[in-house]
Design a protein around this ligand. Structure first.
Ligand code: NAD
Length: 495
């Protein structure tokens, strides 16, 4: 049965996790402090979460270090690591519906998206790295008559993963799975807005047989728990997804402490270009709408700048608005809902401020622009489209992280590529054309880590994910991510 009543009943019956998972045990914060976890669906408090700080971070780091040093995970046979990670994937499948409800309650995302997207994608990512962990080979050096030299991948040690709230479990798994696959111990710090699935993951990992201390989950505020993790002298790496502002702080913390490695997946202002010879206007319009309105626009790769050729702009915008008007804004636990709440009141207010700024800067409001479902008490915004957005305007330059699309018209392909690149970000880009030369040229000239041609967000765990410029560095996904969690050691034997 998949109805609002079913998911509401499930939500009511679930015990919401609130304690940290450190050294194999569920623990409250030593200070006894908790913070309120507010559900964006209706603005009510879901539960209270352990407000961990440097005390718990230190305990987690010590536990993770002990586990690393005694080799309870690092030295485990690869077949056993694999078996345990596959077991974890099975347990996540067993709990998939519960995990989806937790994600929907915590983030306000439509339950159907959580069931069909977030949770299966997180499980797929885990399986991908579990399958890959015994396929990482070293190198043998060039032959020398008196020497045998080889290079091996060694785990880094203790990895801190700091993740955002938009795809909490999925983003966490992009880091936790490859870091564990390479033999590291991990401390996961979920975002304060969305700790539930991470805490549940900690519980399931213990059930699957991940040894105590190997995966610790420490919830808390960014400026307390996150900062303490990033400043800790015994953490070897911070793998981060989140805002550029925090990314810059993490690099400072690294310099102020032990020069730990830092990998950063930051935001974007991704251009979605519709050239005049777009092969399928309806499909492009549907994907352009999906590219900005999915997850209420709270997607780092959101196609938030639509660049459309003057020659087809009016027709294209009509089609796009047609798709956007069919979006069903509703209760996240209602299976028919296609657009849920924004994660927090603060995030909603930020998006509303950007909408006001866009109006004041002369953009034409073509759709939406208002808060909606106010009676629910939740944080909902209408899918919003601004036309005639000047490439210099705030809406064309700053990341909203909400369901707000900026449409800008261009005259020529060179014009489009120039505007696309006129940004401090470089995460993703999309383009639609029948011209294979233009497709290749634009794909090569656009400075972004991901370029999608004739389809938005069209690749998965098998392909690297990450940014150019201020969208960060280091790659999640694909086999490249495994190398991020290892050092290369050269060993040479004199014969
Ligand atoms: P955020 O940077 O405020 O928070 C992200 C994480 O960092 C949270 O866990 C938070 O607790 C922690 N944090 C905050 N301050 C910290 C500090 N001083 N030290 C250590 N940790 C700290 O970002 P957000 O508001 O959660 O997420 C929105 C941003 O994340 C957007 O800019 C978005 O583009 C970006 N994002 C990027 C990607 C990507 O893959 N590139 C994915 C999702 C979100």
């Amino acid at each position: 049965m998949t109805s609002l009543a079913h998911f509401e009943a499930l939500a009511g019956s679930l015990k919401l996790p609130g304690e940290a998972v450190i050294d194999g045990k569920h623990v409250p914060s030593a200070s006894g402090k908790t913070f309120a976890n507010v559900g964006p669906r209706n603005g009510r408090i879901l539960n209270h979460i352990a407000q961990c700080d440097e005390t718990e971070i230190d305990a987690a780091v010590k536990s993770a270090r002990r586990a690393f040093e005694d080799g309870r995970w690092r030295k485990l046979h690869y077949r056993d690591k694999k078996r345990i990670l596959f077991k974890l994937a099975e347990l996540m499948e067993r709990e998939a519906e519960n995990l989806a409800v937790l994600e929907s309650l915590d983030v306000g995302k439509p339950i159907t998206n959580a069931l069909q997207g977030d949770i299966p994608n997180a499980i797929r990512s885990l399986r991908y790295y579990a399958e890959a962990l015994d396929k990482v080979y070293g190198e043998v050096g060039p032959e020398a008559p008196d020497r045998f030299s080889f290079a091996v991948h060694e785990p880094l040690g203790v990895v801190g993963a700091i993740v955002p709230w938009n795809f909490p479990l999925h983003m966490a798994m992009w880091k936790v799975a490859p870091a564990l696959a390479m033999g590291n111990s991990v401390i996961l710090k979920p975002a304060e807005q969305s700790p539930l699935t991470a805490l549940k993951l900690g519980e399931l990992a213990l059930e699957a047989g991940v040894p105590a201390g190997v995966l610790n989950i420490v919830p808390g505020l960014g400026a307390e728990a996150g900062k303490a993790l990033a400043l800790h002298n015994d953490v070897d790496m911070i793998a981060f997804t989140g805002s550029g502002a925090v990314g810059k702080l993490l690099m400072q913390y690294s310099g102020q402490s032990n020069l730990k490695r830092v990998s950063l997946e930051l935001g974007g202002k991704s251009p979605h270009i519709i050239f005049a010879d777009c092969p399928d206007l309806d499909r492009a319009a549907a994907e352009a709408a999906w590219g900005i309105f999915y997850n209420a626009g709270q997607v780092c790769t959101a196609g938030s700048r639509l660049l459309v050729s003057e020659a087809i702009a009016d027709d294209f915008l009509d089609r796009l608005l047609g798709v956007a008007r069919k979006i069903v804004s509703g209760d996240p636990l209602e299976p028919a809902t296609t657009s849920g709440a924004m994660v927090s009141e603060e995030q909603m207010k930020t998006a509303l401020r950007y909408i006001e700024t866009a109006k004041n800067e002369g953009a034409r409001l073509a759709l939406g622009g208002k808060r909606t479902r106010v009676d629910s008490g939740g944080f909902y915004i209408e899918p919003t489209v601004f036309d005639d957005v000047n490439p210099e305007a705030t809406l064309a330059r700053q990341e909203v992280f909400g369901p707000v699309l900026a449409v800008t018209k261009f005259k020529s392909p060179d014009d489009a590529i120039r505007i696309a690149n006129d940004t401090t970000y470089g995460l993703a880009a999309g383009l639609w054309t029948k011209d294979i030369s233009l497709a290749h040229r634009a794909a090569r000239e656009i400075r972004a880590g991901l370029v999608w041609i004739n389809g938005w967000d069209s690749c998965d765990i098998t392909m690297p994910f990450g940014g150019f410029k201020q969208s960060g560095f280091g790659r999640d996904r694909s086999l490249h991510a495994l190398h991020k969690y290892a050092d290369l050691k050269s060993v040479s034997i004199t014969l």
